[in-house]
Design a protein around this ligand. Structure first.
Ligand code: ADP
Ligand code: ADP
Length: 230
């Protein structure tokens, strides 16, 4: 069964309908690429999946999104819990002005985890999972402020996986990276799909072909094609 099921989804910014009746199911432990021209609704759709878009003034959602069978807008779903279960990696983000260690366990701190051994273990596992451990293991308590773009994206991935999410959303994670860092993040996505379901927005068709199992093509708020990546 699919991990995320989207039924008759419409999303409005005020009176403007940005997503028109989308129906799509996301298979478990697969990478789905969302592609389409600028302004077609890729980010809007991604941000519906963890209710980030609820924060936009005057926005409105119609239809349903189920995560492992539970409607994400029902009272059975807590938003904080939803955002733990559906992690997000942005196009570009800055480190929090804290240590590498604290950057990784940010989500666990919010969840109130205090067990030092568990935190240490999670930091190591997450940084290894994000292919960053070898570079930073001797300076975990230093600031992350000097990180390169590529290191920063891998730190964001470590932060996302530290809370063991069911789904990881990635919004153009490589568009600010050089080719070498991009190749590294793409390789990482190949590793992560063994444990997580990934939905990645990209405007790069070649990248979609390289990293994804499924491709969904959006055009002016409509899902016009969906299927196995060629
Ligand atoms: P994409 O990610 O494919 O470039 P977006 O999801 O960012 O597309 O945008 C889809 C449509 O929604 C566009 O017409 C855009 O102008 C509009 N839009 C995006 N964000 C907002 C917002 N906060 N308020 C109003 N309209 C928005
Ligand atoms: P990555 O190692 O993530 O692929 P780069 O290839 O851009 O990133 O950088 C190689 C190395 O150069 C990094 O490990 C990092 O130590 C250093 N570096 C690159 N850019 C910066 C920067 N803006 N500030 C500090 N160090 C940097």
């Amino acid at each position: 069964d699919p991990i995320v099921e989207v039924k008759n989804l419409r999303f409005y910014y005020g009176a403007s309908e940005a997503l028109h009746n989308l129906n799509i199911d996301f298979p478990r432990r697969q990478v789905t690429a969302l592609i389409g021209p600028s302004g077609c609704g890729k980010s809007t759709f991604l941000r519906c999946l963890n209710r980030m878009n609820d924060l936009v003034d005057g926005s409105r959602v119609v239809g349903s999104i189920r995560l492992n069978g539970t409607d994400i807008h029902s009272s059975a779903m807590d938003v904080i819990e939803l955002r733990r279960r559906v992690g997000m990696v942005f196009q570009k983000s800055n480190p929090f002005p804290k240590s590498i260690y604290e950057n990784v366990i940010y989500g666990l701190r919010i969840a109130g985890v205090k067990d030092r051994a568990l935190l240490d273990e999670t930091v190591e596992k997450s940084l290894k999972g994000a292919a960053l451990w070898d570079e930073v293991k001797d300076r975990l308590h230093d600031s992350a402020l000097g990180f390169s773009g590529g290191q920063m994206q891998r730190l964001c991935i470590a932060r996302a996986i530290a809370v063991n999410p069911e789904v990881i959303l990635m919004d153009e994670p490589c568009s600010a990276l050089d080719p070498k860092s991009t190749a590294r993040v793409e390789e990482l996505i190949g590793e992560l799909r063994k444990d997580f379901t990934i939905i990645i927005v990209t405007h790069n068709m070649q990248q979609a072909a390289r990293v994804s199992d499924y491709t969904a093509f959006l055009y002016e708020g409509l899902l016009i094609e969906y299927g196995l990546t060629d």
